[in-house]
Design a protein around this ligand. Sequence first.
Ligand code: CTP
Length: 448
Amino acid sequence: RKRERSVVSILNERIPKDMLDVLRRAGEIAEELGVEAYVVGGFVRDLLLARPNLDMDIVIEGDGIAFANRLVQEYGGRVKEHDKFRTAVAILPDGRRIDVATARLEYYEYPAALPTVQLSSIKMDLFRRDFTINALAVRLNPKSFGKLVDFFDAQRDLKDRNIRVLHSLSFVEDPTRIIRAIRFEQRFGFRIGGQTERLIKNAVQMQFFQRLTGSRIFNEFKLLCEEKNASRCIVRLEEFKLLGQLHPGLELNAKKIGLLEKIDEVLDWYRLLFLPEPEPDPWMIYLLGLCSEMNDAEVADLTDRLNFSKRDQREFLSLRESVSTAFNRIGGWISRSGPLSELCLAIETLPAEGLLYLMARSTREEVRKGISLYLTRLRDEGIAITGQDLRRLGLTPGPAYGEILRIVRAARIDGQAEAREEQLALARRLVKKVLRKKSADMPPASRK
Ligand code: CTP
């Protein structure tokens, strides 16, 4: 066996103390149980890349479920067991989740065409994974705590910035790994290696991707859209001819790529605002961009392929529709040089995803500025008067209430009624107008 390098000092430097305690304690528990414990996967990769990652995956050579239960006995919390795969999630009292897997030789089926070789169970567990950079492990048992287990030259790939599969059937076994390869490549600024690239092209040509269910593809697409530079990931999908395979209408051109890049920028901007509300779903915005040159029937085909439920499909089509209505109204607003309140009226029913898409889509500075103002301020800014005030002014509750409050709000947005008194004065004028009109509309007999 190769000499194993120690990463204890890196752990001490880069991992928060409470997490480090859990790792050390996990090793002691494993020792007591007479099994070997490892922390594996993305946690180790990100440790070596000096990127924060709080998701711990532990692999036990032995019974993972028993181990998870012991861990929780010490820390409190609870265990969710998945008996079928002998895996468990330990959920600690602070909400932290630790995934625990069991590495046991009898669970592994070799990919049919690979030669059968005898491997230790941790090695086999790691060999089944997607890429070398995700197939590193760190020993946790006390005597060897912090020793880096690298069976597949992953350290070299991290250094050379290389995404490389562990064996030639990797994409046949799991075609979603093609999208994962692209995601990691763009996230870390790595490059898919030559041989791995050939395997991807081969899998695409053999239409292995076509065998995936729509939900699996859609899931990977969603994850890809969470990446900071999703537009580049999408361009890579196209380079591997995956977009066209999914639907011909998705194929890219310079205009669409420009739009996707704008979406990256707008999302970056929005994330930096740290608004205290549910985050928008990036996939919706990118999908709006990708479908921007397709008709509704084509979009329905695509969402069918992606296994959208009927309801989600309707929702997405209706988002598309309201975005396009708003886009046209904004066009009118620009040509009339209308007041800001009119822009707000055109976009106020849109969810954040629709607003951000329109910001990315628009080439006019005043539109981008207006929407940004709306998102950051105007959207949540109410007015200082309420229906109660209207009632005090003598108006009986009815549809006129909404109309008047809307007009007052518009005046406020346009800077014509900032203070409560101004808003009240405007409301009084409007109420008078309504009352006058009402009495004029009454039939002559009842007017007496
Ligand atoms: N994995 C795999 N094949 C897949 C999905 C996952 O081999 N199709 C393996 C990878 O080795 C990965 C581990 O399962 O390290 C955990 O998966 P996940 O949590 O998705 O991966 P991370 O590497 O932690 O990725 P991220 O940083 O995006 O969470």
